[in-house]
Ligand binder design. Structure first.
Ligand SMILES: [Cu+2]
Length: 219
């Protein structure tokens, strides 16, 4: 044991001497971690543009390979059981709308529109303004032309108060532009949209509202 310890001591002394006398060698050793750190920085540099471009709330999928998506979480006034999720997915030249709503108190058709202003703060949701209508078109059905960009027709609920809706519209975009749906509001009405009465379709009170935000539904 004594021999080995003294042997190690000798080696340590020799290494210390070599290290002290061999400046360039130690500098070279120090360069390795520095290069590693530079590599990490390069890696962050590659990732940073994507994350900052997408923003904090945008999904990683906001990158080029994934579709551009916006969503709204629909809710009634305080105490209302109505809850819904509406997604807007941009495809080539159009937006696919998918809506799932639960807790609607009655079965049947309910006017369903994108309204101009993304503000659901008023108790009667009047803060959402009128139908989103950037082209100053007449109110009509979701497959008519001309029509409001926000004319999504009627949302049909069953006896259990739930329903789904799928439609494709070429009058909305998720991307920025005059027809952008982000920052608007989705409104569900108490009554059926007759698809004719100007400018509202005579669909009655607003019973649920949701602001459209960029990115998928929030948990
Ligand atoms: Cu409406």
């Amino acid at each position: 044991m004594e021999m080995r310890r003294s042997g190690w001591r000798s080696m340590i002394v020799v290494m210390a001497v070599l290290g002290a006398s061999c400046g360039p060698s130690t500098a070279g050793g120090a360069e390795e971690p520095a290069a590693g750190a530079a590599g990490h920085h390069a890696g962050h540099g590659m990732v940073a543009p994507e994350t900052s471009g997408g923003g904090d709330t945008a999904p990683q999928g906001a990158g080029a390979a994934e579709p551009l998506v916006a969503a709204a979480e629909l809710a009634g006034p305080p105490g209302s059981p109505i809850h819904g999720v509406i997604t807007f997915t941009e495809v080539a030249g159009a937006v696919v709308v998918h809506a799932e709503i639960t807790g609607v108190p009655d079965a049947g058709e309910h006017g369903f529109h994108v309204h101009d202003t993304g503000d659901c703060s008023a108790a009667d949701f009047s803060s959402a303004g009128g139908h989103f209508n950037p082209a100053a078109a007449p109110h009509a059905g979701p497959h008519d032309s001309p029509r409001h960009a926000g004319d999504l027709g009627n949302f049909t609920t069953g006896a259990d108060g739930t329903g789904t809706l799928d439609l494709t519209t070429d009058l909305l975009t998720v991307a920025e532009g005059p027809n952008a749906v982000v920052g608007r509001a989705v409104i569900l009405h108490a009554a059926r949209d007759d698809l004719a009465t100007q400018p509202t379709g005579n669909s009655g009170a607003r019973i649920a509202c949701g602001v459209v935000h960029l990115g998928g539904p929030r948990p």
